[in-house]
Design a protein. Sequence first.
Length: 489
Amino acid sequence: MLGQIDVNKSMQKKEYDAKMDQLEVRFGELQRACKDKQIPVMVVFEGLDAAGKGTMINRMIQSLDPRGFKVFTVGRDKEDEVMRPYFWRYFTKTPEKGRMHIFDQSWYKGVYEQIISEKEVLDFEEMMTEDGCLIIKFFLMISKQEQKKRLEKLEKNHETSWRVTEKDKVNNKNYEKCLKEYDRVLVHTDTAKAPWTVVEATDKQYATCKIITTIVERMERAVREAEESLSKKTGKGNVGSNGTAPDGERFRNGVLQGIDLSKSMEREEYKKKKKELQKRLLALHNKMYLKRVPVILAFEGWDAGGKGGAIKRLTQAMDPRGYEVVPVAAPNDIEKAHHYLWRFWERIPKAGHMAIFDRTWYGRVLVERIEGFAREQEWSRAYSEINNMEEQFTNAGYIVLKFWLHIDKEEQERRFRERENTPEKQWKITDEDWRNRAKWDLYEKAVDEMIVRTSTEDAPWIVVEANSKYYARIKVLETVVNALEKRLK
């Protein structure tokens, strides 16, 4: 593809000025329109060394309100980036709805350096575009001779010589080989919703005009589609059916129905096992830090299922400087303005540390599904999005354990009543807990589907029989200790 590009296209100043006068006005209008329509925009600049990415970005933003965009320059990896999954550095930089983020190089750096695969890039971009983000990608192209001339000019100027590296010179000598690799990546990552635009960047006026024209056209289309989508919406969707076909109940995977909730443990046995396991966990936590092993523990379960108690017995045995408990509630306004996974990526621990999530990203396929906070098309695609995210964690060396604390309906009612009748526990019970209880059957179906569709070999669900609090706490401790011991061997 790139080998067929005529990089010498140009534009006369008179034509450039006339076109830009119109484009700049329209560009500013569309920035405001995207803000009004709550459309997040990501503009990606990739290209050959010295092709002018920085210059093009500078010319592009002249038409914009500086309060509505942010530019990110991707350079050498920082320490906190190296100590987390690769996409952490980009997911945390995704824009909130109505804002524009511009990337001077991007996640494609990881593809060129063979840190991530093209599939991971496609998964990331699909996840963003399905959530309404507009992704506009540019590849700036110049000839081998033009590149060499620009590199020599930069090197001769003492103010810009630092920008030219030995790698840049080597890449120029191996121009054809580099072009072939870029070409392969572009072909494999060019999609309908996030297409590449190759920019002939020898003439800066031509390149600027092509870039802004392309952005304006894509933004106009996005605004038009947002308006059409709004007019077609009929509400939150069919919450009652919960995405289940009329005959689906008969053939449903009844994961929870097969759980033996009679398992229990006496207090003395519990105390003995807890002491032993916590001692082992303390030693493992220190080794985990020294070996830079990151851990994510995710806790879901029925209201009053004992998540807090299980988490407390874990943290009693660990150095508080090496873990964080992340309580997850309904998203705030800032979190709602981003992709639903953004707030979880923000809290991913660095290597050697542990994050314990009390409620998780699975709210998308549980409470948001049942209560109608997410439309069916949104929660139904969340299974693959979550699987992809967790796969990134485990590929980066994270231990990922997900616990569902399971109790029966009768035990839940008993615990609710106990909370209501105990003054120091009354804060734990709310009207919302009783309302959720009334939808037990709907939640049970959703949990069954969640476990079946998102329990993987590297990020498994562990269903904890939690009618007995003692038994449940020990099972959680044993599972974490065993997983750490296995990894640290």
